[in-house]
Design a protein around this ligand. Structure first.
Ligand SMILES: N=CN[C@@H](CCC(=O)O)C(=O)O
Ligand SMILES: [Zn+2]
Length: 415
């Protein structure tokens, strides 16, 4: 048994919860001042006010002095493209010089650029690089993560990416979910016969994925010049038959009517949603589909931010994630995501932390294990440096306030 004591407060406490927080519920990131947490065999077993702790200190095999820091649930990053070949800073400079993300993609840059680079890398190399990235993210406070394929765009390379994610699942002791994103872009060779690529996804990729248990979810990039609503629906239906629920990229640049169609299909989450119309809000309102915002992507591409305030006022369940990828979001830092959600999307710190922890956990269907300080959940948490309170964390954007990260009760980092 371990005792975490001398916190200024423990945050994100939740009991008897079985659905994402929305409406008034998301306004409170429940805290206990001067709280303690007890962990046993990697799980949270008790918590409360330190002065009410019943046990003697001699009962604990280890006592962790949190030195006046805050103890928060680790982040649950429900949307990443962590496996990729290399960075794309040349496109970053092209954008500085005036090209848009879409223009770069139409010239063969963007996702196709990443796919070309990934084709030449071995599974082992991809795994080593992704492992390093994930280790860095855990040190930044991420305690559960979703990772997509989608830079393969051929049977061989998509399977290679998913096998890398499978190896990450085996090598890391945090919850990891794999999403098959074969429908990320049309490879050049299929430009004039797009249905043939969709058939390849459905008839060649999905059977291998189902047989080897390589994915938990299916995704598609529903956008102009990528996949239409109808094409995305074909992918979702095929995924369903293979036992994969949907998490879909939609409304990043254009609202094409996908939101209502995909909510009807029971998508676990719809992600991006920078462009929203009335029909889209109506479809998400009171639905079980989580709207996942990716504010670092908006920041990096200088595109609109997902209108989270409006979503909250309509009782839509929201989550925050990084979208870590080499093209539109070269950062997997959830601390920055929370800051942006407060600064640009006007969430309160409590709302932003709930969206980045428990609601992110729901967007990966791992809320029974992570996302809050709850008895029985994994002891995945962040201990901050001594700060004045929760509000200081998103306020001091860019500052690393993390003192230590714990995964299953074991320390990952101390500054
Ligand atoms: N929008 C589609 N996919 C990624 C970007 C991929 C890339 O540019 O490599 C995203 O979520 O932003
Ligand atoms: Zn994405």
């Amino acid at each position: 048994m371990k005792l975490f004591k001398n916190t200024a407060g423990i945050y994100g406490i939740l009991e008897n919860n079985n659905s994402p927080l929305r409406g008034k519920e998301i306004n409170e990131f429940k805290a206990i001042a001067n709280g303690y947490v007890v962990t046993d065999q990697g799980k949270i077993t008790e918590y409360g006010k330190l002065e009410e702790l019943k046990r003697a200190e001699s009962e604990f095999e280890e006592i962790i002095d949190c030195q006046g820091g805050l103890l928060l649930p680790a982040y649950c990053d429900s949307h990443t493209h962590l496996v990729f070949a290399t960075s794309r800073e040349e496109e970053f400079v092209d954008r500085i010089n005036g090209l848009t993300y879409e223009e770069i993609a139409l010239r063969g840059g963007g996702i196709l650029n990443s796919a070309e680079k990934l084709a030449n890398l071995s599974e082992d190399q991809l795994f080593e690089d992704a492992k390093q990235r994930l280790n860095k993210l855990i040190k930044l406070g991420t305690g559960a993560i979703e990772i997509k394929s989608g830079y393969g765009l051929s049977v061989e390379a998509e399977i290679k990416m998913l096998r890398v994610i499978k190896r990450l699942k085996e090598s890391f002791n945090i919850p990891i979910k794999a999403t098959f994103l074969g429908a990320h872009a049309f490879p050049k060779t299929y430009k004039t016969n797009k249905q043939a690529y969709i058939d390849l996804i459905i008839n060649e990729m999905l059977p291998i994925i189902a047989q080897e248990g390589l994915a938990d979810y299916i995704d598609a990039f529903c956008e102009e010049n990528y996949f239409t609503v109808e094409q995305t629906l074909q992918i979702i239906e095929a995924g369903k038959k293979a036992g994969l629920k949907a998490k879909i990229h939609v409304n990043q640049f254009n609202a094409l009517g996908g939101v209502s169609a995909f909510v009807k299909e029971g998508a676990v989450s719809l992600d991006h949603l920078e462009e929203m119309n009335t029909e889209d809000y109506d479809a998400l309102e009171d639905s079980n589909t989580i709207a996942t915002a990716l504010p670092s992507c908006s920041f990096f591409l200088s595109i609109p931010y997902t209108p989270l305030k409006e979503m909250l006022s309509r009782n839509i369940a929201i989550a925050l994630a990084t979208d870590f990828n080499p093209g539109s979001t070269p950062s997997g830092n959830m601390n920055f995501v929370v800051s942006l959600a407060c600064i640009k999307q006007k969430l309160t710190p409590a709302q932003a932390y709930n969206a980045a922890t428990i609601n992110g956990a729901y967007a990966m269907e791992v809320a029974d294990q992570v996302g809050s300080i709850t008895k029985g959940k994994r002891a995945n948490f962040i201990v901050t440096n001594p700060v004045k309170g929760l509000n200081y964390l998103p306020y001091s954007f860019g500052e690393n306030n993390i003192h230590a990260v714990y995964v299953n009760g074991e320390i990952v980092k101390t500054n």
